[in-house]
Design a protein around this ligand. Structure first.
Ligand SMILES: NC(=O)c1ccc[n+]([C@@H]2O[C@H](COP(=O)([O-])OP(=O)(O)OC[C@H]3O[C@@H](n4cnc5c(N)ncnc54)[C@H](OP(=O)(O)O)[C@@H]3O)[C@@H](O)[C@H]2O)c1
Length: 301
């Protein structure tokens, strides 16, 4: 039974379960990996920098020498890398219990992914859309599986312009582009939940946001890095919404978790509400169609 201050101690033994975390080389992903390794899950770190991934593995093994933890290369800015990564997972495993779509970038200068997508939408949304679509058959094959999608309070600043999603005809607003990508994460989580509803053994789909947590995410924003000193919580708290979304038995598909206190910026994880726009099913469907076209991935539902 979960306490009111749900925390990592509420996660039961994960022996025999396979968890895949994107972007686990720092911040919330790294903390999540560390906790799950300590709960005896088999953990795969999906990382773009294998040397950094190995350093995280060494740190985790120093704490949990028996941990079953490994890293595989995944660059979410490349559809080719996503395919190679997913093919290797599907080849090597017969189950995938929890997929945590954690990796993200924020407020970086304008650039495009290998496939020509605006970099924040490309990494945060399109990359994870393609990855989830490719891994869905494995998740469908695994009883009790889950997909956790990381969003942000910044979804509230999002208002996606589907006719110019790559910012080709507007001057680039990096804050807004981040908000758009985090709104896209919610459209995706909610729409996937709707599409899987009623299908036997379909994965539970949840979303989470970590409030304001000090990580490497703020690397492009001197101002936010400075404000970390006053507002940010540490990763041991910041990882809790993800962990609750992925491992609390009482969760329902479609739930969204975030911190309970100080305008959802800090505290223990509870179910939270996204804004009204995130529940617009017409927009969610349009983004879905667009995402299928852009990535060439059709979900086998
Ligand atoms: N921290 C917060 O306050 C906050 C608030 C709201 C939402 N979030 C969300 O939480 C999630 C985790 O962020 P964080 O705060 O832990 O930030 P972080 O410390 O910067 O971690 C982000 C991770 O994503 C990885 N990554 C970035 N681009 C990638 C790519 N193309 N392919 C594969 N991996 C990639 C990074 O890898 P490298 O180590 O190689 O850079 C890193 O491991 C993100 O989705 C973010 O939007 C965070």
């Amino acid at each position: 039974m979960a306490t009111s201050n749900w925390n990592a101690q509420d996660i039961h033994n994960q022996q025999g379960r396979l968890v895949l975390i994107t972007g686990a080389t720092s911040g919330i992903g790294k903390e999540t990996a560390q906790i799950l390794a300590g709960k005896n899950a088999s953990v795969i770190l999906a990382v773009r920098n294998m040397a950094k991934g190995q350093r995280v593995i060494d740190e985790i093994l120093a704490q949990h020498p028996e941990a079953d933890i490994s890293a595989r290369e995944l660059d979410l800015t490349s559809l080719e890398s996503i395919k190679a990564f997913s093919d290797s997972i599907i080849h090597d495993f017969t189950q995938l219990d929890v997929l945590i779509n954690n990796a993200g970038i924020m407020m970086c200068p304008y650039s495009k992914t290998t496939d020509g997508f605006e970099i924040q939408m490309g990494t945060n949304h399109f990359g994870h859309f393609a990855l989830t679509g490719r891994l869905l058959p494995l998740l469908m094959n695994t009883k009790g599986s889950r997909i956790v999608v990381l969003s942000s309070l910044a979804h509230r600043f999002g208002n996606i312009n589907l006719s110019d999603i790559h910012w080709s005809n507007r001057s680039y607003n990096t804050n807004k582009a981040y908000g758009d990508s985090k709104l896209a994460n919610l459209y995706f989580a909610y729409e996937l939940n709707r599409r899987l509803k009623g299908i036997k053994d379909a994965p539970i789909v949840t979303a989470a946001h970590p409030g304001w947590t000090e990580t490497e995410l703020q690397r492009h924003t001197g101002f936010f890095s400075f404000l970390n000193n006053f507002f940010a919580q540490d990763t041991s708290m910041g990882a809790l919404p993800t962990l609750r979304a992925g491992f609390d038995d009482s969760v329902e598909s479609g739930d969204f978790f975030g911190p309970a206190a100080f305008f959802e910026m800090r505290g223990y994880p509870v179910t939270v509400k996204s804004n009204k726009r995130a529940h617009d099913t017409t927009l969610a469907n349009e983004l879905w169609r667009h995402s299928e076209e852009m990535t060439g991935i059709e979900f086998s539902i």
